[in-house]
Design a protein around this ligand. Structure first.
Ligand SMILES: O=P(O)(O)OC[C@H]1O[C@H](O)[C@H](O)[C@@H](O)[C@@H]1O
Length: 556
Protein backbone atom coordinates (compact mmCIF):
# COMPACT_ATOMS: atom_id res chain seq x y z
CA UNK A 1 0.00 0.00 0.00
CA UNK A 2 1.48 3.33 -1.03
CA UNK A 3 2.16 6.20 1.36
CA UNK A 4 -0.34 9.02 1.13
CA UNK A 5 1.31 11.97 -0.66
CA UNK A 6 -0.01 14.46 1.90
CA UNK A 7 -0.11 14.52 5.67
CA UNK A 8 -3.41 13.36 7.06
CA UNK A 9 -4.55 13.66 10.63
CA UNK A 10 -7.06 12.15 12.98
CA UNK A 11 -9.51 15.01 12.78
CA UNK A 12 -10.76 14.60 16.32
CA UNK A 13 -7.28 14.97 17.79
CA UNK A 14 -6.76 18.36 16.17
CA UNK A 15 -7.11 21.29 18.60
CA UNK A 16 -9.57 22.87 16.16
CA UNK A 17 -11.90 19.90 16.66
CA UNK A 18 -12.47 20.73 20.32
CA UNK A 19 -12.83 24.40 19.44
CA UNK A 20 -15.60 23.40 17.05
CA UNK A 21 -17.24 21.31 19.75
CA UNK A 22 -17.26 24.31 22.09
CA UNK A 23 -18.54 26.50 19.31
CA UNK A 24 -21.32 24.03 18.52
CA UNK A 25 -22.59 24.31 22.08
CA UNK A 26 -23.14 28.03 21.44
CA UNK A 27 -24.54 27.71 17.94
CA UNK A 28 -27.14 25.15 18.93
CA UNK A 29 -28.68 27.78 21.22
CA UNK A 30 -29.38 30.04 18.24
CA UNK A 31 -32.47 29.93 16.08
CA UNK A 32 -32.13 30.66 12.38
CA UNK A 33 -35.33 32.66 12.37
CA UNK A 34 -33.78 35.13 14.82
CA UNK A 35 -30.43 35.09 13.03
CA UNK A 36 -32.20 36.21 9.87
CA UNK A 37 -34.19 38.92 11.56
CA UNK A 38 -31.08 40.21 13.37
CA UNK A 39 -29.01 40.41 10.21
CA UNK A 40 -30.58 41.54 6.91
CA UNK A 41 -27.25 40.88 5.14
CA UNK A 42 -27.16 37.21 6.12
CA UNK A 43 -28.17 35.94 2.67
CA UNK A 44 -25.48 38.02 1.00
CA UNK A 45 -22.80 36.99 3.45
CA UNK A 46 -23.43 33.29 3.04
CA UNK A 47 -23.65 33.16 -0.72
CA UNK A 48 -21.20 32.12 -3.42
CA UNK A 49 -21.36 31.92 -7.17
CA UNK A 50 -18.93 29.99 -9.36
CA UNK A 51 -19.00 28.00 -12.59
CA UNK A 52 -22.63 29.00 -13.13
CA UNK A 53 -23.71 27.61 -9.75
CA UNK A 54 -25.29 29.84 -7.11
CA UNK A 55 -24.99 28.56 -3.57
CA UNK A 56 -27.11 30.10 -0.81
CA UNK A 57 -25.88 28.57 2.44
CA UNK A 58 -27.40 31.18 4.72
CA UNK A 59 -30.05 28.75 6.01
CA UNK A 60 -27.40 26.75 7.84
CA UNK A 61 -26.72 26.66 11.55
CA UNK A 62 -23.65 28.81 11.20
CA UNK A 63 -22.17 32.15 12.11
CA UNK A 64 -19.12 33.87 10.64
CA UNK A 65 -17.14 32.19 13.39
CA UNK A 66 -18.34 28.76 12.27
CA UNK A 67 -17.01 29.32 8.77
CA UNK A 68 -13.72 30.58 10.18
CA UNK A 69 -13.33 27.52 12.39
CA UNK A 70 -14.39 25.06 9.70
CA UNK A 71 -11.94 26.64 7.26
CA UNK A 72 -9.26 26.22 9.88
CA UNK A 73 -10.26 22.57 10.21
CA UNK A 74 -9.83 22.17 6.45
CA UNK A 75 -6.39 23.72 6.63
CA UNK A 76 -5.32 21.71 9.65
CA UNK A 77 -6.60 18.52 8.06
CA UNK A 78 -4.32 19.15 5.08
CA UNK A 79 -6.99 19.92 2.48
CA UNK A 80 -4.94 22.37 0.36
CA UNK A 81 -2.15 19.78 -0.02
CA UNK A 82 -4.70 17.04 -0.74
CA UNK A 83 -6.31 19.11 -3.51
CA UNK A 84 -2.88 19.65 -5.06
CA UNK A 85 -2.09 15.95 -4.77
CA UNK A 86 -5.31 15.00 -6.56
CA UNK A 87 -4.71 17.41 -9.44
CA UNK A 88 -1.06 16.29 -9.63
CA UNK A 89 -2.15 12.73 -10.29
CA UNK A 90 -0.60 11.42 -7.09
CA UNK A 91 -1.73 8.06 -5.76
CA UNK A 92 -4.31 9.35 -3.35
CA UNK A 93 -6.25 6.08 -3.73
CA UNK A 94 -3.54 4.44 -1.66
CA UNK A 95 -5.19 1.06 -1.02
CA UNK A 96 -5.34 0.47 -4.77
CA UNK A 97 -2.12 2.42 -5.43
CA UNK A 98 -3.82 4.63 -8.00
CA UNK A 99 -4.41 8.29 -8.65
CA UNK A 100 -7.98 9.58 -8.85
CA UNK A 101 -7.57 11.65 -11.95
CA UNK A 102 -11.10 12.18 -13.26
CA UNK A 103 -10.20 15.88 -13.55
CA UNK A 104 -7.90 14.98 -16.47
CA UNK A 105 -10.95 13.83 -18.43
CA UNK A 106 -12.36 17.36 -18.51
CA UNK A 107 -9.09 19.26 -18.65
CA UNK A 108 -9.55 22.14 -21.10
CA UNK A 109 -6.10 23.66 -20.66
CA UNK A 110 -2.92 22.75 -22.48
CA UNK A 111 -1.39 21.29 -19.35
CA UNK A 112 -0.30 17.68 -18.94
CA UNK A 113 -1.78 15.32 -16.37
CA UNK A 114 0.73 12.67 -15.44
CA UNK A 115 0.28 9.16 -14.14
CA UNK A 116 3.61 7.55 -13.20
CA UNK A 117 5.40 10.27 -15.14
CA UNK A 118 3.44 9.79 -18.38
CA UNK A 119 1.05 12.45 -19.65
CA UNK A 120 -2.38 10.86 -20.05
CA UNK A 121 -3.84 13.76 -22.03
CA UNK A 122 -2.98 12.28 -25.47
CA UNK A 123 -4.91 9.09 -24.57
CA UNK A 124 -7.80 11.10 -23.16
CA UNK A 125 -8.01 13.14 -26.36
CA UNK A 126 -7.69 10.08 -28.57
CA UNK A 127 -10.58 8.43 -26.71
CA UNK A 128 -12.69 11.56 -27.12
CA UNK A 129 -11.88 11.55 -30.83
CA UNK A 130 -12.89 7.90 -31.05
CA UNK A 131 -16.20 8.80 -29.38
CA UNK A 132 -16.67 11.71 -31.77
CA UNK A 133 -16.12 9.53 -34.84
CA UNK A 134 -18.48 6.92 -33.49
CA UNK A 135 -21.22 9.41 -32.61
CA UNK A 136 -20.89 10.95 -36.06
CA UNK A 137 -21.13 7.56 -37.77
CA UNK A 138 -24.33 6.73 -35.87
CA UNK A 139 -25.93 10.14 -36.33
CA UNK A 140 -25.08 10.28 -40.02
CA UNK A 141 -26.18 6.64 -40.43
CA UNK A 142 -22.83 5.68 -41.92
CA UNK A 143 -22.86 2.88 -39.36
CA UNK A 144 -26.04 0.88 -39.73
CA UNK A 145 -27.58 -2.34 -38.54
CA UNK A 146 -27.21 -5.70 -40.25
CA UNK A 147 -30.19 -5.11 -42.54
CA UNK A 148 -28.90 -1.64 -43.42
CA UNK A 149 -31.43 0.10 -41.22
CA UNK A 150 -30.35 3.14 -39.25
CA UNK A 151 -30.20 2.77 -35.49
CA UNK A 152 -33.23 3.97 -33.59
CA UNK A 153 -32.39 2.56 -30.15
CA UNK A 154 -29.28 2.42 -28.00
CA UNK A 155 -29.26 -0.01 -25.09
CA UNK A 156 -26.58 0.78 -22.53
CA UNK A 157 -25.66 -2.23 -20.39
CA UNK A 158 -23.79 -1.29 -17.23
CA UNK A 159 -24.22 -0.96 -13.49
CA UNK A 160 -22.95 1.24 -10.64
CA UNK A 161 -20.73 3.97 -11.98
CA UNK A 162 -21.10 2.57 -15.48
CA UNK A 163 -24.80 3.35 -15.25
CA UNK A 164 -25.81 5.99 -12.70
CA UNK A 165 -23.61 8.81 -14.00
CA UNK A 166 -24.57 8.46 -17.68
CA UNK A 167 -28.19 7.97 -16.65
CA UNK A 168 -28.48 11.14 -14.59
CA UNK A 169 -26.77 13.27 -17.23
CA UNK A 170 -28.63 11.92 -20.24
CA UNK A 171 -31.92 12.42 -18.40
CA UNK A 172 -30.92 15.89 -17.15
CA UNK A 173 -30.19 16.95 -20.72
CA UNK A 174 -33.22 15.47 -22.46
CA UNK A 175 -34.03 18.80 -24.22
CA UNK A 176 -30.72 18.39 -26.09
CA UNK A 177 -31.46 14.89 -27.39
CA UNK A 178 -31.03 14.37 -31.12
CA UNK A 179 -34.20 13.34 -32.85
CA UNK A 180 -34.66 9.74 -33.91
CA UNK A 181 -32.51 8.00 -31.30
CA UNK A 182 -33.88 6.49 -28.09
CA UNK A 183 -31.74 5.49 -25.15
CA UNK A 184 -32.42 2.66 -22.71
CA UNK A 185 -30.44 1.55 -19.70
CA UNK A 186 -30.27 -2.00 -18.41
CA UNK A 187 -28.42 -2.42 -15.13
CA UNK A 188 -30.06 -5.01 -12.93
CA UNK A 189 -29.30 -8.72 -12.98
CA UNK A 190 -33.05 -9.11 -12.55
CA UNK A 191 -34.07 -10.53 -15.93
CA UNK A 192 -37.19 -8.42 -15.78
CA UNK A 193 -35.16 -5.31 -16.50
CA UNK A 194 -33.73 -6.47 -19.81
CA UNK A 195 -36.95 -8.28 -20.76
CA UNK A 196 -38.99 -5.11 -20.35
CA UNK A 197 -36.48 -2.94 -22.21
CA UNK A 198 -36.10 -5.28 -25.17
CA UNK A 199 -39.80 -6.05 -25.48
CA UNK A 200 -40.52 -3.33 -28.01
CA UNK A 201 -37.15 -3.14 -29.75
CA UNK A 202 -36.05 -4.53 -33.07
CA UNK A 203 -32.60 -6.14 -33.30
CA UNK A 204 -32.19 -4.62 -36.76
CA UNK A 205 -32.09 -1.09 -35.40
CA UNK A 206 -30.74 -1.60 -31.87
CA UNK A 207 -27.17 -0.92 -30.82
CA UNK A 208 -25.81 -2.28 -27.53
CA UNK A 209 -23.10 -0.65 -25.48
CA UNK A 210 -21.49 -2.95 -22.92
CA UNK A 211 -20.04 -0.61 -20.31
CA UNK A 212 -17.87 -2.16 -17.66
CA UNK A 213 -14.54 -0.84 -16.50
CA UNK A 214 -13.56 -4.31 -15.33
CA UNK A 215 -15.58 -6.25 -17.92
CA UNK A 216 -16.09 -8.68 -15.06
CA UNK A 217 -19.18 -7.37 -13.31
CA UNK A 218 -21.65 -10.24 -13.12
CA UNK A 219 -24.77 -8.18 -13.79
CA UNK A 220 -23.38 -6.48 -16.89
CA UNK A 221 -21.81 -9.58 -18.40
CA UNK A 222 -24.99 -11.59 -17.84
CA UNK A 223 -27.07 -8.84 -19.43
CA UNK A 224 -24.63 -8.63 -22.34
CA UNK A 225 -24.92 -12.39 -22.91
CA UNK A 226 -28.72 -12.19 -22.77
CA UNK A 227 -28.73 -9.24 -25.17
CA UNK A 228 -26.55 -11.18 -27.59
CA UNK A 229 -28.80 -14.24 -27.30
CA UNK A 230 -31.85 -12.02 -27.98
CA UNK A 231 -30.09 -10.55 -31.01
CA UNK A 232 -29.25 -14.00 -32.40
CA UNK A 233 -32.70 -15.37 -31.60
CA UNK A 234 -34.44 -12.58 -33.44
CA UNK A 235 -32.72 -12.60 -36.80
CA UNK A 236 -29.15 -11.44 -36.20
CA UNK A 237 -26.29 -13.73 -37.15
CA UNK A 238 -23.00 -14.29 -35.35
CA UNK A 239 -21.19 -12.35 -38.10
CA UNK A 240 -23.53 -9.38 -37.55
CA UNK A 241 -22.77 -9.09 -33.83
CA UNK A 242 -19.90 -6.65 -34.34
CA UNK A 243 -22.27 -4.17 -35.98
CA UNK A 244 -24.57 -4.14 -32.97
CA UNK A 245 -22.27 -4.47 -29.94
CA UNK A 246 -19.58 -2.07 -28.79
CA UNK A 247 -17.80 -2.06 -25.45
CA UNK A 248 -16.30 0.44 -23.03
CA UNK A 249 -13.71 -1.08 -20.73
CA UNK A 250 -10.28 -0.91 -19.18
CA UNK A 251 -10.02 -4.67 -19.80
CA UNK A 252 -9.72 -4.86 -23.57
CA UNK A 253 -8.88 -8.55 -23.67
CA UNK A 254 -12.09 -9.61 -21.95
CA UNK A 255 -14.20 -7.48 -24.29
CA UNK A 256 -12.34 -8.96 -27.23
CA UNK A 257 -12.95 -12.48 -25.92
CA UNK A 258 -16.65 -11.64 -25.66
CA UNK A 259 -16.64 -11.04 -29.40
CA UNK A 260 -16.30 -7.27 -29.64
CA UNK A 261 -14.00 -6.13 -32.43
CA UNK A 262 -10.91 -4.31 -31.28
CA UNK A 263 -11.84 -1.10 -33.11
CA UNK A 264 -15.21 -1.09 -31.32
CA UNK A 265 -13.70 -1.14 -27.85
CA UNK A 266 -13.53 2.24 -26.14
CA UNK A 267 -10.77 2.58 -23.55
CA UNK A 268 -11.09 3.30 -19.84
CA UNK A 269 -8.34 3.70 -17.30
CA UNK A 270 -7.76 2.43 -13.80
CA UNK A 271 -7.04 5.98 -12.63
CA UNK A 272 -10.73 6.81 -13.13
CA UNK A 273 -13.06 5.46 -10.44
CA UNK A 274 -16.36 4.02 -11.66
CA UNK A 275 -18.46 6.65 -9.89
CA UNK A 276 -16.27 9.39 -11.38
CA UNK A 277 -16.34 7.98 -14.90
CA UNK A 278 -19.24 9.64 -16.72
CA UNK A 279 -16.71 12.11 -18.16
CA UNK A 280 -14.82 9.29 -19.88
CA UNK A 281 -15.91 6.98 -22.66
CA UNK A 282 -18.50 5.71 -20.15
CA UNK A 283 -20.30 8.91 -21.19
CA UNK A 284 -20.80 7.50 -24.69
CA UNK A 285 -24.61 7.17 -24.31
CA UNK A 286 -24.66 10.83 -23.23
CA UNK A 287 -22.70 11.86 -26.31
CA UNK A 288 -24.94 9.73 -28.55
CA UNK A 289 -28.08 11.41 -27.28
CA UNK A 290 -26.97 15.03 -26.91
CA UNK A 291 -24.22 15.11 -29.54
CA UNK A 292 -20.48 15.42 -29.11
CA UNK A 293 -20.44 19.24 -28.94
CA UNK A 294 -22.82 19.20 -26.01
CA UNK A 295 -20.79 16.41 -24.40
CA UNK A 296 -17.72 18.64 -24.69
CA UNK A 297 -19.69 21.47 -23.07
CA UNK A 298 -20.52 19.11 -20.21
CA UNK A 299 -16.78 18.52 -19.76
CA UNK A 300 -16.16 22.27 -19.96
CA UNK A 301 -18.71 22.89 -17.19
CA UNK A 302 -17.01 20.33 -14.97
CA UNK A 303 -13.66 21.97 -15.77
CA UNK A 304 -15.05 25.36 -14.68
CA UNK A 305 -15.89 23.78 -11.31
CA UNK A 306 -12.48 22.05 -11.16
CA UNK A 307 -10.74 25.38 -11.65
CA UNK A 308 -12.88 27.01 -9.01
CA UNK A 309 -12.17 24.13 -6.61
CA UNK A 310 -8.44 24.19 -7.36
CA UNK A 311 -7.95 27.94 -7.03
CA UNK A 312 -10.64 29.60 -4.89
CA UNK A 313 -9.84 30.39 -1.24
CA UNK A 314 -11.32 27.74 1.01
CA UNK A 315 -13.98 30.02 2.50
CA UNK A 316 -15.18 31.05 -0.99
CA UNK A 317 -14.92 27.59 -2.44
CA UNK A 318 -18.31 26.00 -3.12
CA UNK A 319 -17.33 22.30 -2.85
CA UNK A 320 -15.23 23.08 0.22
CA UNK A 321 -18.06 24.98 1.91
CA UNK A 322 -20.53 22.18 1.15
CA UNK A 323 -18.09 19.55 2.38
CA UNK A 324 -17.38 21.43 5.59
CA UNK A 325 -21.06 22.01 6.29
CA UNK A 326 -21.59 18.26 5.94
CA UNK A 327 -18.77 17.63 8.41
CA UNK A 328 -20.27 20.23 10.76
CA UNK A 329 -23.57 18.34 10.82
CA UNK A 330 -22.22 14.77 10.77
CA UNK A 331 -19.59 15.22 13.44
CA UNK A 332 -20.91 18.02 15.62
CA UNK A 333 -24.70 17.64 15.34
CA UNK A 334 -24.76 13.84 14.86
CA UNK A 335 -26.69 14.07 11.61
CA UNK A 336 -26.56 10.71 9.91
CA UNK A 337 -28.20 11.52 6.64
CA UNK A 338 -28.30 14.17 3.96
CA UNK A 339 -31.13 14.76 1.49
CA UNK A 340 -30.69 15.62 -2.17
CA UNK A 341 -33.86 17.31 -3.38
CA UNK A 342 -33.79 18.36 -7.03
CA UNK A 343 -36.71 20.55 -8.05
CA UNK A 344 -36.40 19.55 -11.68
CA UNK A 345 -38.04 16.58 -13.30
CA UNK A 346 -35.04 16.17 -15.60
CA UNK A 347 -32.77 15.86 -12.54
CA UNK A 348 -34.86 13.23 -10.81
CA UNK A 349 -32.06 10.65 -11.11
CA UNK A 350 -29.60 12.91 -9.25
CA UNK A 351 -30.20 11.47 -5.75
CA UNK A 352 -29.32 7.97 -6.99
CA UNK A 353 -26.10 9.16 -8.58
CA UNK A 354 -25.05 11.23 -5.56
CA UNK A 355 -25.93 8.26 -3.40
CA UNK A 356 -23.33 6.10 -5.13
CA UNK A 357 -20.84 8.94 -5.40
CA UNK A 358 -21.03 9.82 -1.72
CA UNK A 359 -21.89 6.55 0.00
CA UNK A 360 -19.48 4.38 -1.97
CA UNK A 361 -16.75 7.00 -1.55
CA UNK A 362 -17.12 7.90 2.09
CA UNK A 363 -18.88 4.88 3.56
CA UNK A 364 -15.62 3.85 5.26
CA UNK A 365 -14.57 3.14 8.81
CA UNK A 366 -10.79 2.95 8.66
CA UNK A 367 -8.28 5.71 7.99
CA UNK A 368 -5.88 5.77 5.03
CA UNK A 369 -3.53 3.75 7.22
CA UNK A 370 -6.18 1.21 8.17
CA UNK A 371 -6.84 2.33 11.73
CA UNK A 372 -10.43 2.32 12.98
CA UNK A 373 -12.01 5.76 12.98
CA UNK A 374 -13.79 7.00 16.04
CA UNK A 375 -15.59 9.83 14.29
CA UNK A 376 -18.54 9.56 11.90
CA UNK A 377 -17.82 9.42 8.20
CA UNK A 378 -20.11 9.55 5.15
CA UNK A 379 -23.81 10.14 5.80
CA UNK A 380 -26.72 8.23 4.31
CA UNK A 381 -27.69 10.01 1.11
CA UNK A 382 -31.30 9.89 0.05
CA UNK A 383 -33.79 12.11 -1.69
CA UNK A 384 -36.07 12.54 -4.65
CA UNK A 385 -37.66 15.07 -6.92
CA UNK A 386 -39.49 18.07 -5.56
CA UNK A 387 -42.29 18.94 -5.31
CA UNK A 388 -43.35 15.25 -5.14
CA UNK A 389 -41.44 14.61 -1.91
CA UNK A 390 -43.40 17.34 -0.16
CA UNK A 391 -46.45 15.11 -0.31
CA UNK A 392 -44.56 12.12 0.99
CA UNK A 393 -41.51 12.39 3.24
CA UNK A 394 -41.17 16.12 3.94
CA UNK A 395 -43.45 15.66 6.96
CA UNK A 396 -40.53 13.96 8.69
CA UNK A 397 -38.17 16.74 7.62
CA UNK A 398 -40.42 19.31 9.26
CA UNK A 399 -41.61 17.55 12.40
CA UNK A 400 -39.71 14.28 12.77
CA UNK A 401 -37.15 13.59 15.47
CA UNK A 402 -34.25 13.22 13.05
CA UNK A 403 -31.88 16.02 12.19
CA UNK A 404 -31.75 16.02 8.39
CA UNK A 405 -29.75 18.60 6.44
CA UNK A 406 -30.88 18.95 2.82
CA UNK A 407 -29.82 20.38 -0.53
CA UNK A 408 -32.53 22.04 -2.60
CA UNK A 409 -31.43 22.13 -6.22
CA UNK A 410 -33.20 23.95 -9.02
CA UNK A 411 -32.66 25.64 -12.40
CA UNK A 412 -33.98 29.21 -12.46
CA UNK A 413 -35.22 28.90 -16.03
CA UNK A 414 -37.08 25.99 -17.51
CA UNK A 415 -36.92 24.30 -20.88
CA UNK A 416 -40.68 23.87 -20.83
CA UNK A 417 -42.63 27.09 -20.58
CA UNK A 418 -46.10 25.97 -19.79
CA UNK A 419 -48.49 28.12 -17.81
CA UNK A 420 -46.81 29.33 -14.64
CA UNK A 421 -45.54 25.90 -13.63
CA UNK A 422 -41.98 27.04 -13.15
CA UNK A 423 -42.81 29.96 -10.84
CA UNK A 424 -44.96 27.60 -8.80
CA UNK A 425 -42.19 25.02 -8.70
CA UNK A 426 -39.75 27.66 -7.45
CA UNK A 427 -42.28 28.84 -4.85
CA UNK A 428 -42.48 25.28 -3.57
CA UNK A 429 -38.73 24.91 -3.47
CA UNK A 430 -38.18 28.16 -1.58
CA UNK A 431 -41.11 27.68 0.77
CA UNK A 432 -39.77 24.31 1.88
CA UNK A 433 -36.37 25.62 2.90
CA UNK A 434 -38.08 28.63 4.48
CA UNK A 435 -40.42 26.42 6.49
CA UNK A 436 -37.53 24.22 7.61
CA UNK A 437 -35.64 27.31 8.68
CA UNK A 438 -38.31 29.34 10.42
CA UNK A 439 -40.79 26.73 11.60
CA UNK A 440 -44.00 27.67 13.39
CA UNK A 441 -44.11 28.61 17.07
CA UNK A 442 -46.77 27.56 19.55
CA UNK A 443 -48.04 31.15 19.66
CA UNK A 444 -48.35 31.25 15.90
CA UNK A 445 -50.13 27.91 15.85
CA UNK A 446 -52.56 29.15 18.50
CA UNK A 447 -53.20 32.45 16.71
CA UNK A 448 -53.87 30.56 13.50
CA UNK A 449 -56.40 28.29 15.20
CA UNK A 450 -58.04 31.24 16.89
CA UNK A 451 -58.42 32.96 13.52
CA UNK A 452 -60.15 29.80 12.30
CA UNK A 453 -62.72 30.23 15.08
CA UNK A 454 -61.63 27.28 17.26
CA UNK A 455 -62.57 27.24 20.94
CA UNK A 456 -59.91 27.63 23.60
CA UNK A 457 -59.92 23.95 24.48
CA UNK A 458 -59.69 22.98 20.80
CA UNK A 459 -56.77 25.38 20.45
CA UNK A 460 -54.95 23.82 23.40
CA UNK A 461 -55.48 20.35 22.03
CA UNK A 462 -54.52 21.08 18.45
CA UNK A 463 -51.75 23.65 18.74
CA UNK A 464 -48.93 21.25 19.78
CA UNK A 465 -49.56 19.19 16.65
CA UNK A 466 -49.15 22.26 14.49
CA UNK A 467 -45.88 23.45 15.98
CA UNK A 468 -42.92 23.14 13.64
CA UNK A 469 -39.58 23.54 15.37
CA UNK A 470 -37.72 25.03 12.39
CA UNK A 471 -33.99 25.71 12.73
CA UNK A 472 -33.38 22.85 10.29
CA UNK A 473 -30.56 23.53 7.87
CA UNK A 474 -30.49 23.45 4.11
CA UNK A 475 -28.50 24.66 1.13
CA UNK A 476 -30.16 26.12 -1.93
CA UNK A 477 -28.21 25.38 -5.08
CA UNK A 478 -29.45 27.19 -8.16
CA UNK A 479 -28.26 27.67 -11.72
CA UNK A 480 -29.64 29.58 -14.63
CA UNK A 481 -30.83 26.66 -16.70
CA UNK A 482 -30.05 22.96 -17.11
CA UNK A 483 -27.45 23.04 -19.86
CA UNK A 484 -24.56 20.69 -20.52
CA UNK A 485 -22.28 23.25 -18.91
CA UNK A 486 -24.26 23.78 -15.71
CA UNK A 487 -24.96 20.08 -15.27
CA UNK A 488 -21.23 19.38 -15.68
CA UNK A 489 -20.44 21.96 -13.01
CA UNK A 490 -23.14 20.68 -10.67
CA UNK A 491 -21.96 17.08 -10.71
CA UNK A 492 -18.29 18.04 -10.44
CA UNK A 493 -19.26 20.17 -7.44
CA UNK A 494 -20.60 17.11 -5.63
CA UNK A 495 -17.55 15.03 -6.59
CA UNK A 496 -15.27 17.58 -4.97
CA UNK A 497 -17.52 17.97 -1.94
CA UNK A 498 -17.19 14.23 -1.31
CA UNK A 499 -13.41 14.46 -1.68
CA UNK A 500 -13.21 17.35 0.78
CA UNK A 501 -15.05 15.29 3.37
CA UNK A 502 -12.90 12.23 2.73
CA UNK A 503 -9.80 14.34 3.38
CA UNK A 504 -11.16 15.76 6.64
CA UNK A 505 -12.17 12.28 7.78
CA UNK A 506 -8.80 10.84 6.75
CA UNK A 507 -10.39 8.06 4.71
CA UNK A 508 -9.82 6.85 1.17
CA UNK A 509 -12.76 8.10 -0.90
CA UNK A 510 -11.66 6.22 -4.00
CA UNK A 511 -11.74 2.53 -3.12
CA UNK A 512 -14.80 0.33 -2.43
CA UNK A 513 -13.64 -2.89 -0.80
CA UNK A 514 -16.92 -3.19 1.05
CA UNK A 515 -18.80 -4.26 -2.06
CA UNK A 516 -16.56 -7.27 -2.67
CA UNK A 517 -17.69 -9.63 0.09
CA UNK A 518 -21.27 -9.77 -1.16
CA UNK A 519 -19.99 -10.56 -4.66
CA UNK A 520 -17.83 -13.46 -3.39
CA UNK A 521 -20.61 -14.91 -1.28
CA UNK A 522 -23.03 -14.49 -4.16
CA UNK A 523 -20.78 -16.62 -6.38
CA UNK A 524 -20.77 -19.35 -3.75
CA UNK A 525 -24.54 -19.28 -3.23
CA UNK A 526 -25.07 -19.50 -6.97
CA UNK A 527 -22.79 -22.55 -7.09
CA UNK A 528 -24.90 -24.17 -4.37
CA UNK A 529 -28.07 -23.48 -6.36
CA UNK A 530 -26.56 -24.98 -9.50
CA UNK A 531 -25.24 -27.96 -7.57
CA UNK A 532 -21.57 -27.17 -8.19
CA UNK A 533 -20.99 -26.65 -4.50
CA UNK A 534 -22.19 -27.95 -1.16
CA UNK A 535 -24.28 -26.11 1.40
CA UNK A 536 -21.65 -26.97 4.04
CA UNK A 537 -20.48 -23.95 5.92
CA UNK A 538 -23.58 -21.91 5.19
CA UNK A 539 -25.44 -20.41 8.11
CA UNK A 540 -28.83 -21.98 8.76
CA UNK A 541 -30.77 -18.94 7.54
CA UNK A 542 -29.03 -18.77 4.17
CA UNK A 543 -29.20 -22.56 3.81
CA UNK A 544 -32.91 -22.57 4.58
CA UNK A 545 -33.61 -19.75 2.12
CA UNK A 546 -31.61 -21.46 -0.65
CA UNK A 547 -33.63 -24.63 -0.08
CA UNK A 548 -36.86 -22.66 -0.24
CA UNK A 549 -35.81 -21.11 -3.55
CA UNK A 550 -34.82 -24.50 -4.98
CA UNK A 551 -38.07 -26.09 -3.87
CA UNK A 552 -40.29 -23.36 -5.31
CA UNK A 553 -38.35 -23.46 -8.58
CA UNK A 554 -38.23 -27.28 -8.72
CA UNK A 555 -34.46 -27.25 -8.64
CA UNK A 556 -34.03 -30.03 -6.09
O1 LIG B 1 -17.73 -0.75 -14.52
P1 LIG B 1 -17.68 -2.03 -13.76
O2 LIG B 1 -16.30 -2.58 -13.65
O3 LIG B 1 -18.64 -3.03 -14.35
O4 LIG B 1 -18.16 -1.73 -12.29
C1 LIG B 1 -19.45 -1.34 -12.00
C2 LIG B 1 -19.62 -1.03 -10.53
O5 LIG B 1 -19.54 -2.21 -9.77
C3 LIG B 1 -18.76 -2.33 -8.61
O6 LIG B 1 -19.25 -3.32 -7.82
C4 LIG B 1 -18.50 -1.08 -7.83
O7 LIG B 1 -19.15 -1.09 -6.60
C5 LIG B 1 -18.85 0.20 -8.56
O8 LIG B 1 -17.99 1.21 -8.10
C6 LIG B 1 -18.70 0.06 -10.04
O9 LIG B 1 -19.00 1.29 -10.66
Amino acid sequence: MSELPYTSNYPNTLPIWSQLQEHQAKVKQLHLREEFSKDPQRAERFFQKAAGIYLDYSKNLITDETIKLLTQLANDAGLPAAIKAMFNGEKINNSEERPALHVALRNQAAVPYKVDGTDVMPEVKAALNQMERFVWSIHSAQWRGYTNKRFTDIVHLGIGGSYLGPKVVSAALKPYWKAGLNLHYVANIDGTHITEELKHLSPESTLFIIASKSFGTQETIMNAKSAKAWFLRNGGLEEDVHKHFVAITANKQKAYNFGIREENIFPMWDWVGGRYSLWSTIGLPIALTIGIENFKNLLAGAYDMDEHFRTAPLDHNIPVILGLLGVWYSNFFNADSHAILPYDHYLRALPAHIQQLDMESNGKSVTHKGEAVDWSTGPIIWGGAGANGQHAYHQLLHQGTHFLPADFIMPLRTHNHIGDHHALLLSNCLSQSQALMQGKTLEEAKAELKAQGKTDSQIDELAPHKVIPGNRPSNTILFEKSTPRTIGALIAMYEHKVFVQGVIWNINSFDQWGVELGKELGEHIYQIITGENETNGQDSSTKHLIELFKKINNRI
